[in-house]
Design a protein around this ligand. Sequence first.
Ligand SMILES: Cc1cc2nc3c(=O)[nH]c(=O)nc-3n(C[C@H](O)[C@H](O)[C@H](O)COP(=O)(O)O)c2cc1C
Length: 217
Amino acid sequence: MSEPSRLLVLVGSPRRNGNSAVMAEAVARGAADKGATVAVRFIDDYISNFLRDCRVCRKPNGECSIEDRFRELFFDDFLPADGVVFCTPVYWYGVSAQTKAFFDRTFCYYAGSYPDSAEVVARMSRKRVGLVLASEETYPGASLGIIHQIQEYSRYTRSEFVGLVRGFGNSRGEVSRDPGDPLAESIRFGTSFFDLKYSDYHLDTDRAGKVWPEKGS
Ligand SMILES: Cc1cc2nc3c(=O)[nH]c(=O)nc-3n(C[C@H](O)[C@H](O)[C@H](O)COP(=O)(O)O)c2cc1C
């Protein structure tokens, strides 16, 4: 039997019972129901500092000298994962600082100055990536910068950006009253995460012309 897929659900809000968190839990529930091994982590529990100048602060053995738990999150949860769902509130039309700091801090370990950077680069690459956004504003433009960032992150790491859930709310957990029902959508997203069809064609890609098989075939 094959190993269950490993999903990391990374929450970038400081609010434990906030909108990103409740959607993150829903994604996790869906994925676990489907048999995935799931970890939900709040970035706040692991990162308490921004990236610094690695040339100045890297230890002689190549390790990052910043004293927080980023290393644990990165090596124990992120690198082994087959898929990662980034769950973040929209802050100033971008990801939260926590989420951005997560991306920035990976530099310490994929940079060539880290002794095992080649292995880190390989393990950072080729994951499934998903996005869950909580915002007050409903218009599509409020999320476009973030979608673009995750798309570029996925391209750069040769990952597959398979989907997005947006939930609207402001006070804690208010997304549960969003008539679009982002909690149900989040559960579905989790359930189907490792099966979602991913396609990104080029002009010269060989393709069948149809996206789905005929019914009954
Ligand atoms: C610092 C800050 C900046 C925000 N910027 C935006 C914004 O640009 N657009 C928006 O729609 N909502 C914005 N919001 C509202 C949050 O996105 C919204 O309350 C969200 O539901 C919070 O998610 P959480 O409960 O997971 O923390 C902002 C909130 C804060 C605290």
